[in-house]
Design a binder for this molecule. Structure first.
Ligand code: 5AD
Ligand code: SF4
Length: 478
């Protein structure tokens, strides 16, 4: 079937940034969509970061607004939606693998509708591949127009069309898209969308568009609503939360102001991710230091410990300024846990550069890190960097050596709580053992405890009895 292409992604357009001011819209679900999914089921795959998890909550809100019910059974479902991630090649491989398997399901159930969205949908090469080789994909939409989902589904259902609607413009902010949240204890709260950093390895500025901050009134209202529903924890989301408000024309309200206003609200726990060291300023540290409900766990991606590589990555800070920032955080926030992201085997990274990364990991006392081998992303500057000296063997060797060191940090971070009493927000039963409750400490350490389900959703005092590398065991103190 020939696809109807309403809009398709164009990386040249995605790369552009103009001075256009933010356009704010409010979503309204038209009555004509509200019974489209009666007696029908949807199955949702979510890959990638918290931003995508948050988008999936909107997808759920829209689907359930149209009366579709969620199912976790592929044989039962009428619609499948894949919310995808493009950050590394292996994230994309997973999606293509799953789409390959779904071809069989579609043969068995010819009326099954499959949609794909998220960051992969914003890539020209991916959409081309889907249109030619994956006839089982019926509709594709992008990160800027999640709210188009109802009209796309209607078209596919009623006209039996294949439709592509992926916008490449800088993106508006659409408020009031309904949401069905995963948890009734912890909530994601996006405070900004997009990214203007253009780190040379990263696809996100293309797939997520220009940096756009939500208005503070809308964020505060959302948090107040969450509080009234009994939520205990919020995590503020953005690709670079420290740059919140920099896109406002008057520049009068920034991340420190937002954190300060939110910390006045009666929400027990506030977290935020992800931070960019270059925009983490002293006012922000001061607000965190003076608040009671901003948690002492900061995720601060460094990417590399070599100034040469940081420059080639376009990270706009140095090893020295990063160390200074960590020192300030350690000094200002007692007991703070700092975690990070690191990429190894970036083109031109020598053994000496890599050893500088190892040194930095030791110097900064990280209590955890997500570590990655550099993955080429088509259309990014680093995709054109050629370094034949870094073989796959060298890349894996560096990753494993780094992981050994990082794991020492995890263990050290957990060990320091042995025999201490810590506050744990109990979230539910442990995945591996249905009799054990699990939750996280203020420092974001996973804790397992024995206890009654009455504790779920509560913050309890726990005495830590055993510290492992990845988790703590404790006892609730009533
Ligand atoms: N290759 C490997 N890792 C990457 N990241 C982002 N882009 C790439 C890439 N092309 C990592 C960074 C970032 C995290 C979310 O993913 O470390 O902080
Ligand atoms: Fe993946 Fe980045 Fe997109 Fe998140 S923003 S889904 S990590 S590519």
């Amino acid at each position: 079937m020939k696809p109807v292409v309403l809009n398709s992604p164009d990386q040249n357009k995605e790369r552009k940034r103009t001075d256009k001011t933010n356009n704010f819209e409010e979503f309204i679900l038209d009555d004509s969509f509200k019974v489209l999914g009666s007696n029908k089921y949807y199955y949702l795959y979510t890959y990638g970061c918290q931003g995508n998890e948050s988008d999936s909550e909107k997808i759920r809100g829209l689907m359930e607004g149209m009366s579709f019910s969620i199912t976790y059974d592929l044989d039962k479902t009428d619609i499948i939606i894949m919310n995808t991630c493009a950050i590394r090649k292996n994230a994309e491989d997973k999606v293509f693998g799953e789409l390959g398997r779904l071809k069989q399901l579609k043969r068995k159930k010819p009326d099954l509708i499959v949609g794909l969205c998220g960051c992969m949908a914003q890539e020209e090469s991916v959409v081309r591949r889907l249109l030619t080789k994956y006839q089982n994909v019926d509709f594709i939409f992008g990160t800027h127009n999640i709210h188009s989902l109802p009209s796309l589904i209607k078209r596919v259902m009623e006209n039996k069309e294949r439709v592509v609607d992926v916008l490449s413009y800088e993106g508006d902010i659409v408020e009031k898209i309904p949401m069905v949240r995963e948890s009734n204890i912890k909530a994601w709260v996006p405070i900004m969308y997009g990214c203007d950093e253009f780190c040379t390895y990263c696809i996100v500025p293309y797939t997520r568009g220009k940096e756009r901050s939500r208005l503070k009134e809308n964020i505060i209202k959302e948090v107040e609503d969450l509080i009234s529903q009994g939520y205990q924890e919020i995590t503020l989301l953005g690709q670079n939360v420290n740059a919140y408000g920099k896109d406002f024309v008057d520049h009068k309200y920034d991340f420190a102001d937002l954190l300060s206003d939110l910390s006045e609200l009666p929400i027990p726990r506030i977290r935020f991710t992800t931070n960019n060291p270059k925009d983490f300023d002293d006012r922000q540290i001061e607000v965190i230091k003076n608040s009671k409900n901003i948690m002492p766990a900061i995720h601060l991606p460094v990417q590399s410990g070599s100034n040469k590589i940081l420059k080639k990555m376009n990270r706009k800070y140095t090893k020295e300024s990063f160390i200074e920032l960590c020192d300030k955080l350690y000094k200002a926030i007692p007991d703070v846990s700092i975690t990070t992201d690191i990429i190894v085997a970036f083109p031109y990274e020598t053994e000496e550069d890599f050893c500088e990364t190892l040194e930095l990991v030791k110097r900064c006392n990280f209590e955890g890190a997500y570590t990655f081998i550099f993955s080429k992303r088509e259309g990014t500057p680093a995709a054109n960097y050629v370094d034949e000296n870094i073989t796959e063997e060298i890349a894996y060797d560096r990753l494993y050596r780094l992981n050994d060191l990082v794991n020492e940090g995890y263990a050290r971070g957990n060990n320091r709580f042995l025999n201490k009493i810590v506050k744990v927000l109990i979230e539910g039963y442990s995945k591996s053992n249905e009799n054990i409750l699990m939750g996280y400490t203020e420092n974001n350490k996973l804790v397992n405890v024995l206890g009654d389900k009455k504790y779920i959703g509560k913050i309890v005092d726990v005495k830590i009895k055993d510290a492992k590398t990845w988790s703590l065991d404790g006892e609730i103190i009533d």
